[in-house]
Design a protein around this ligand. Structure first.
Ligand SMILES: NC(=O)c1ccc[n+]([C@@H]2O[C@H](COP(=O)([O-])OP(=O)(O)OC[C@H]3O[C@@H](n4cnc5c(N)ncnc54)[C@H](OP(=O)(O)O)[C@@H]3O)[C@@H](O)[C@H]2O)c1
Length: 295
């Protein structure tokens, strides 16, 4: 009922707005979480430049100054752990742009290091952000997509939702949880014409200080510090976030129910190798690539 009246009111608003300006058109709208930096920001810019409306949401709106320069981008505050901020940003986006076509669950970070060194608070924050945050946003958009009889939910999971590397045990467990959650959720949503798409980037060169929280204790330092450095080196040689933005664009526009979109560097190949090689061979290769200089 709430969203049915939205459709009537916003249709009137758009007709009126179109007569007054060129800013709000019947263009499609993507709603992005974690748009302040990295993959979220690159996706916001890419979609804006293709003519979509972009609801660029972030915890700290002052980080969105670059994005706010685009006439078809609006920046709203949203913390995936605060449900009121999610509903408020969704409502504002629908009211301003006349709708939402794609929900892009992108916000997240990686808690990395020796598991024994991680506090309960750190573990819970990792799951609250990467798993429950995505569930919060997904649950908030579903009534609207059902009323609209369609919509697309795109998630930045990770190649780390399919395969694993050293020191990322907790991060992997959040992304594996998302892969399982979304793979199952697609069944019940299909009858409502709601598509689910998981973008699975390999290493992407974004801001590590923002994206990664590293912890260790002396007993693990000989292994963890060196292996972490090895992996950071591979991030530095990785492609930038534009390659992921283009994959999100493909997923948003291909109009089918394909679930998985691996992207970036060797990631798609590694996923295939993980599927077909014996696990011991695959983990042996991972050790060779990541454990140089440890022990
Ligand atoms: N970079 C990679 O190699 C890679 C590979 C695979 C998957 N991913 C995934 O890609 C996504 C984006 O990561 P990125 O590499 O672009 O890192 P990033 O540049 O650090 O971007 C992460 C974004 O998530 C936001 N965020 C963190 N906690 C949040 C919360 N509670 N509520 C709302 N927003 C929150 C950050 O906001 P603040 O600016 O406020 O911190 C930032 O906008 C993540 O889900 C990550 O796991 C990254």
């Amino acid at each position: 009922m709430k969203y049915t009246s939205y459709f009537i009111v916003t249709k009137l608003r758009i007709t009126f707005a179109n007569e007054k300006s060129n800013i709000i058109k019947m263009n499609k709208t993507i709603f992005i979480t974690g748009a302040s930096t990295g993959i979220g920001k690159a996706t916001a810019i890419y979609f804006a430049e293709q003519g979509w409306n972009v609801a660029a949401t972030m915890r700290t709106v002052s980080k969105g100054a670059d994005l706010a320069k685009y006439p078809n981008v609006k920046v709203w505050p949203l913390d995936v752990m605060q449900t009121e901020s999610i509903q408020s940003a969704i409502d504002q986006s629908i009211a301003h742009f006349g709708g939402i076509d794609v929900m892009f669950n992108n916000a997240g970070y990686a808690l990395v290091g020796a598991f024994e060194a991680m506090s309960d608070a750190q573990l819970r924050k990792q799951f609250d952000t990467n798993v429950f945050g995505v569930m919060n946003v997904t649950r908030a958009i579903l009534p609207y997509f059902r009323a609209k009889k369609g919509g697309t939910i795109i998630n930045t999971t990770s190649m780390g939702g399919i395969i694993t590397f050293p020191l990322y045990s907790v991060y992997h467990s959040t992304k594996w949880a998302l892969e399982g959650f979304m793979e199952s959720l697609q069944f019940e949503l299909r009858s409502h014409n709601i598509k689910i798409k998981n973008i699975e980037p390999s290493a992407i060169n974004t801001d590590f200080d923002n994206a990664i929280e590293f912890v260790s204790i002396p007993a693990y330092d000989g292994y963890a510090v060196r292996a972490h450095q090895n992996m950071l080196e591979s991030y530095k040689q990785a492609p930038g976030p534009l390659v992921v933005a283009k994959k999100v664009w493909k997923a948003a526009n291909d109009n089918n129910f394909r679930l998985r979109y691996p992207v970036g560097g060797l990631g798609p190949l590694l996923i295939v190798m993980r599927k077909f090689l014996p696990l011991a061979w695959f983990t042996g290769l991972v050790r060779l690539a990541t454990e140089k200089g440890t022990h």
